[in-house]
Ligand binder design. Sequence first.
Ligand code: ADQ
Length: 461
Amino acid sequence: MGKLVIVSNRVASAAEGKSTAGGLAVGVLDALKRQDGLWFGWNGKIEDPAQAGLSSYRIGRIDCATTSLSRGEYDTYYRGFANGTLWPAFHYRVDLSRYDPKEYAGYLAVNERLAGMLTELVDEDDRLWVHDYHLIPFARACRRMGMRNRIGFFLHTPFPAEGVLRTIPPHRDLVEALCEYDLVGFQTRGDAQAFIDYASRRLGLPLETGGMLRTRSGLVRVGHYPIGILPDDIQNKSKARSRSKLVATLKQGLQERKLIVSVDRLDYSKGLVERFNAFERLLESYPAHCGQVSFLQIAPPSRSDVEGYRHIRRQLESTAGHINGRWTELSWTPIRYMNRAYERSALLSFFRASQVGFVTPLRDGMNLVAKEYVAAQAPDDPGVLVLSEFAGAADELANGAIIVNPYDIEAMARALDQALNMPLEERLERHGHMMQLLKDNSIRQWRDHFLADLEPEAIAA
Ligand code: ADQ
């Protein structure tokens, strides 16, 4: 069998391979740890088009081949259509999604260029696994260049319901492009169903047994493959760092107070403002917690040159400033809001040192932080996960987490109070359920299940 070729917008640099803030990179690195393969995509640099050749390096056993983008490509493909149109619309923020046909043309052109470069690196029997919303038309571009390889696509974000998808003017073209893959995978059953609904209702494609759509050129398999983590690895790392100097400093600052922790990329989809407000409501509605609990929010900026991200950053600074101005005492700061990335093992040790993980995105494909929080807990004294019903992870973790609606500030405050007061027996039971599920459905199962379904036999079955 040929090699596995992973294609994603960004390829981790050799240095980033060690610690990286972003679910996709974490997932790909974990998935390829024990498998030889090639990882192809953008190196994160913006350069003169004349210099946009291929560079190669290795991360462990993974061969990486990357190229740069020109300023125009970056503006139209990355900052424009991918992150200015698709990302907000896929997260139901149609108010933030804008459309410019020139940006869509740039998006298509970059997909064509990358596909052209990849043809040089791919052998006939290689399998291609393409990731995420930046690369929806990638298979179509490959097919036009004559590639006949098996090509699968996995969407890390939500796939929106038809009414929302249609706010993106080239919606039909995008779904038709997805139908050029052999396999299209989503995070949840709901996302897969939204895609099938659109394809069968709008494109008139018949759905055959086994989740297969019949197109003019053949069959597309559609499935859901919830991305997982390596729970044992996370458990070991969080335990190993639990006596570190960093954790000692954190605990010293807390002075026996309880800790609520949240970790996200700074993104408007993550529900950070609502979360800050819910924490303040906790202090108002349940005053026994005043001076007794601190909230640590770690949120490194991302995509800072995309409109919408600057705004959310300002909004958060002012919300945190307002809440701290109102509630801080000489010996207690209620919210610690940090705009920086930490090494993954440090984050895991913070999770373990906390009593509550507060993960409340307004929409999220999966949300790996929720899963990492659970896996990082001390099994004999676990913290409680408070989780948004709109994170893909809620499908799997509903029997252990306290599930909340992130638009309901009062209910989130109530959930925090419940979590902070939860007896050990109940915490143990909830944690046990979730840990079992994370083990049964780890990132290895995600990879194996997706790749098995990409095989030709799986399509024929
Ligand atoms: P993201 O939107 O990036 O991922 P998430 O799933 O939570 O969100 O993954 C973030 C990853 O980066 C986690 O592994 C986390 O530990 C790490 N991380 C976050 N903040 C960090 C920080 N401050 N410092 C260091 N590391 C940090 C996208 C989709 C998600 C989907 C993933 C994977 O938006 O819905 O779960 O891909 O498919």
